[in-house]
Design a binder for this molecule. Sequence first.
Ligand SMILES: *Cc1c(COP(=O)(O)O)cnc(C)c1O
Length: 382
Amino acid sequence: MKDCDDMQFIDLKAQYQALREPIHAGIQAVLEHGQFIMGPQVKELEQKLASHVGVKHCISCANGTDALQMLYMAYGIGRGDAVFCPDITFIASVEPAYMLGARPVFCDVLPGSYNLCPASLERQIRAVLSEGKYTPKAVVVIDFLGNPADYAPLQEICTRYGLVLIEDAAQSYGASRAGRMCCSFGDAAITSFFPAKPLGCYGDGGAIFTNDDTLAATCETIRIHGKGPKGKYDNVRIGVNSRLDTLQAAILLPKLEALKQHEVDDRQRVAKRYDDAFAAAFMPLTVASDAISVYAQYALLAKDSAQRDAVIGYLSDKQIPNMVYYPTPQHCLPVFCELHQYGETFAQANDYCARTFSIPMHPYLGEAEQQSIIDAVLEAAR
Ligand SMILES: *Cc1c(COP(=O)(O)O)cnc(C)c1O
């Protein structure tokens, strides 16, 4: 067993040791051919990702935030528009929409899964419509901490109000619900290859997914300065410069294979051991019976914020890595707290943020090391 002071929250070194050979060979191949921008590994990765999640198009880019920004640009979202998202997420979900001039509108989450609450979403849409200041345009649904949202009721609301549904699958690559892979829900989806995400590269990276041919073509031109049919000196719109490095694509190819072959299964085993160990002492998040989560983080809920703070203090003393995802709901962030919240009280989001904490979670977490984490968390609760 490793010493606690070596323990990793997400052990990227263990994965690197396991995939060392194919990763080195991939990097070597790129160094040899020298096509560092949009080289052949980028196309190969895009095709493999698209076929793995079961959509027609994958457009890779520089990071998950850019993927969202390019979608907002492609849909023409900007001043006067409202974009809805759950109150607990990472700011990147709506930050690019805000930057483009749109108004983020936060919605409460469901108890248990802490994914977007359909009833709160509909209340917020109606409140925005009755105020008449902004036009509802899009809903961004997050698969929170890798746990797929329930899309049927959310899609029904989007269809009824004529809104675009974007799946923010930054935390859920490899997860699925009712046999359908994350990154395939809604009108378009994005993911992130930030190193700590379930499918991470060795730097920044991201991708857009869609079955919509026109949207895919628009995102491809936006990705490279709004390039036209004759190339990047034939600009037809304002775009960005947001490409996935060929080196990162070469690193992702063997990592995608490992995720498909065993990492998603390994994550289930690790999560199951935690679920069993903590069922009596803490509340794990609810994963629906038809869902496979990838547990981007393994979160528990303490009784109250005092117990949560005591537990994380104890774990830190014992050098057990721990984090809080997320300490602050979006509506309370300094940058957003002045916004009118349309009467929503965010009861579930506030409660979640007060009580949540996360412990080490990754597919290479061995049983002995995991047992030492379990023991420490249970001791902390006593
Ligand atoms: C990480 C993350 C993003 C942004 O991804 P980057 O690649 O870091 O830009 C967007 N949304 C959510 C929910 C995330 O967790």
